[in-house]
Ligand binder design. Structure first.
Ligand code: ZN
Length: 102
């Protein structure tokens, strides 16, 4: 069943993570979760895939991502706080809105 774009039915409420930077990702569990806004492919990015490191104050919202299938695209991104959340996300489950960056 095709999934609807999240923006169509989920209010973009305030998120404590909206201004998050890569330093914040490193301070959590070193994983950034992204979902392609075109094909909804999901991925868990680690330090090898994204500039996740302490002291990198670049905002996640300003970063460019590439989907393996669609090329350069917009993404929805989330900062998980546990491996359980990573597993949930990759399985296709929604994460709490509070984890959402973009
Ligand atoms: Zn895609």
């Amino acid at each position: 069943m095709p999934r609807e774009p999240i923006d169509s039915h989920v209010a973009r409420g305030p998120s404590t993570r909206r201004g998050a930077n890569f330093h914040g990702v490193a301070m959590s569990i070193d994983v950034l979760l992204v979902e392609c806004t075109r094909c909804n492919r999901r991925a868990a990015l680690g330090r090898d895939d994204a500039p996740i490191r302490q002291g990198n104050m670049d905002r996640v919202a300003g970063a460019k991502f590439k989907c393996r299938k669609c090329g350069p695209v917009g993404v929805r991104s989330y900062i998980p706080i546990s491996q359980d959340e990573v597993d949930m996300f990759l399985a296709g489950d929604p994460l709490p809105e509070a984890r959402r960056v973009v």
